[in-house]
Ligand binder design. Structure first.
Ligand code: SF4
Ligand code: F3S
Ligand code: ZN
Length: 103
């Protein structure tokens, strides 16, 4: 599962589509965590898609990640600023790849 303390345990190493990327990153096998308020651990995501289907405000968009061992696309929290903290995505992800900081 994603580490809910990632912002303390990892470093902000990059920026993608306006959100932070938390390392380590070693493409294409290691992609880190994308987003801060809505954070997706790309190394855990298996492209299930439930988060994209269920998010009521369309926070997520698919991003291609060819060569990653778990899946060749990931749910990117492109519009994390729109999040209304409903926690649906956290509940539906089968591999616990998402953390939403509703505090
Ligand atoms: Fe969307 Fe709710 Fe997840 Fe926020 S907590 S990204 S609004 S599903
Ligand atoms: Fe990935 Fe979980 Fe969404 S596996 S696509 S973050 S439901
Ligand atoms: Zn991203």
């Amino acid at each position: 599962a994603i580490d809910p303390q990632f912002h303390e345990n990892r470093e902000n190493v990059d920026e993608h589509e306006g959100h932070a990327v938390w390392g380590p990153v070693d493409e294409p096998e290691e992609l880190g965590i994308h987003g801060t308020h809505v954070a997706v651990d790309f190394d855990i995501c298996i492209a299930d898609g439930a988060c994209l289907e269920d998010c009521p405000v369309d926070v997520f968009e698919w991003v291609d990640t060819p060569g990653h061992p778990e899946s060749e696309e990931k749910a990117d929290p492109t519009h994390e600023a729109q999040c209304i903290d409903c926690m649906l995505c956290v509940d539906v992800c089968p591999v616990d790849a998402i953390d939403v900081d509703a505090g």
